[in-house]
Design a protein around this ligand. Structure first.
Ligand code: COD
Length: 298
């Protein structure tokens, strides 16, 4: 089981080197992360995008492109489509978003001829390492699904649980967040949490232990759980947090990184291959670790 994000790098190195197709690759920070991941032998990049822009940035950051394949396409959507085609034709095993909107990349991923659909929802999974928690903490979905309903939340959990399984945590503890531990029909998140927990208890959702609703303190602090008299296998020891919606998840994501001294790695799950979709505010290290995560689970 992985306890530190740096272990993702070792894990990725222990696997066959994966090819990563970067859609609209002319992005300074994305190319920085790709250059590092390539230099460390984690991935072999194929850069799809405007060649002049890619070459200009590469020169600035000292990224030697001599052995790197570049497919010269100016249009962002066409570049995204070409990158997904590389994957559907078996020429690459990871997709990475460059300077293109999430919506356009999603459109390419969902393309009916060349896309990477699997029939399940695509969702974002982040892993955090922070000095204030005793293990890695997963969070979903901070970047893709805006206001998931019950069925979508189930898919989002399944996608995130898959990440834990691939990192050898075969029964992760999942906390479904609310702002209270009791079920309140006026708070939909608590109703969803109760239903999903019962579905897990009745083995309709397997491969994890789910409990909720739990407020954040009860999910991650044993002391808070004891003070609140919560009896739960998950409380105080969650591996993964399902947030009620993108707002809550994104605020938690940014609080952990900007106020909580955390480092993170994240991927989109649910497509045929992991998709690296980092946000502009993520550090270069976080982008690099996200590539390592994708390579480790691809
Ligand atoms: N998984 C699979 N298919 C999806 C998903 C998903 N998560 N979301 C939409 N689809 C499919 C729909 O079923 C439909 O077939 C097609 O995609 C278009 O659906 P729309 O019209 O809802 O798609 P868009 O382009 O309007 O919205 C998709 C986004 C991902 C762009 C949208 O959900 C969004 O804006 N998400 C938040 C992105 C964001 O701002 N993140 C901020 C933090 S980085």
């Amino acid at each position: 089981m992985i306890t530190h994000l740096s272990s993702l790098v070792e894990l990725a190195k222990s696997k066959p080197k994966r090819k990563i197709a970067v859609a609209a690759a002319g992005d300074y920070h994305v190319l920085q992360a790709i250059a590092k991941a390539s230099a460390e032998g984690l991935v072999e990049p194929i850069l799809v995008g405007e060649k002049t822009a890619i070459k200009k940035i590469a020169k600035e950051i000292g990224f030697n492109l001599r052995k790197i394949e570049i497919i010269d396409i100016d249009d962002d959507y066409e570049a995204s489509l070409e990158a997904t085609k590389l994957i559907s034709h078996g020429k690459a095993e990871i997709l990475m978003k460059g300077l293109v909107s999430t919506g356009l990349l999603l459109k390419a991923i969902l393309d009916k001829d060349f896309g990477l659909r699997t029939g399940t929802l695509l969702s974002h999974v982040a892993l955090f390492e922070t000095p204030y928690y005793h293990k890695l903490l997963g969070l979903t979905d901070a970047a893709m699904n805006v206001d998931p309903g019950l069925e979508e939340k189930i898919d989002i959990i399944k996608n995130a649980v898959k990440v834990f399984h691939r990192l050898s945590n075969l029964n992760p503890k999942v906390a479904i967040l609310g702002s209270v531990e009791t079920i309140n029909p006026k708070m939909e998140a608590t109703m969803h949490a109760a239903t999903i927990s019962m579905m897990n208890y009745r083995k309709q959702i397997k491969g994890c232990i789910i409990d909720g609703p739990l407020a954040l303190d009860g999910a991650i602090s044993k002391r808070a759980a004891e003070l609140k008299n919560i009896t739960s296998d998950v409380a105080g020891d969650a591996d993964l947090i399902l947030a009620p919606d993108i707002n809550g998840a994104n605020i938690l994501y940014k609080s952990l990184n900007f106020l909580g001294g955390a480092m993170s790695a994240a991927v989109i799950m649910g497509a045929k291959v992991p998709v690296v979709l980092t946000s502009r505010g993520d550090t270069e290290k976080s982008k690099f670790l996200s590539i390592a995560l994708a390579a480790a689970i691809a």
